[in-house]
Design a binder for this molecule. Sequence first.
Ligand code: SF4
Ligand code: SF4
Length: 277
Amino acid sequence: MSTETTIKFADIRKLFPEDQWDLGFLTKDQMRICAYSPIKGKAQEYGADYTNNIHYFSIVNAIVLVKHSPESWDYSLYQDADDILKNSGLEDWFAIYTNFKEAAILSGLGVRAKNSLIYSHRFGFDMKVCAIGFDAEIVDTPAPVPITRKYWDRCDGCFDCSKACPVGAIHHESEPYWLDSSKCDDFMGFGDHPRIPSIKWFWHKYVHPEVPREMVADTKSIMDIDAPLAFDANGYTMDMMTGVNKDGKPIPVPFCRECQVQPRCSKWNGNYPYEVL
Ligand code: SF4
Ligand code: SF4
């Protein structure tokens, strides 16, 4: 049972530094909408499953957290949010895994863009999203903002992200626009582009350089080795809260961001500074 029956939104808001975090609110019905808006599946172990396979337990509402992060693979916000809430002494909350894009839209934190992502009003595409459910009723919540599933105005007439995608994963030929996420995932994991990094080359360079380069270049061969792409050597580890760690500290792993860094919608002006491999 919760020790509190209500908690003010402002009391949660003030726990999260404004230069790094944006916060929104979801009612229980909005949480249902998120849960029933299909996604590929629960891609991470973190958080209770609110991706259709739902168990509402006791929570009655949630906050949505957007954290500034310009990195490709950086899910340290999960641990950061956990630490902040644990240290605050608040009780009866837990992380939930849901359709985070829908959660960001319904909580008014962002707008849908034609690259298939959410453009955060605070941090643009340089952000990650998570959500925390609360047993206590959150009161004095932000005034509801008009929710729209329309594309962001700035995307009107623009096709720069689909043109920039190196594997043609973004389809803007006609509405509904769509993302071939298998193509995207394959490129992020196993791409061999001369400029755009992929996970396998980072892994080879830093974690398992003893694996012959020819094997890494051939995706079929790399899948044949024991524990392909395991972050388990040279001080590298991986866990569900923080992602990839080096010597116990979360580190970002760079991979494709071409569809998020175009001049029309990003400060990176089409030249994202990937680590030089
Ligand atoms: S490049 Fe940016 S502004 Fe243009 S369609 Fe894609 S997301 Fe929208
Ligand atoms: S991340 Fe890269 S591969 Fe994936 S859709 Fe964007 S540009 Fe294409």
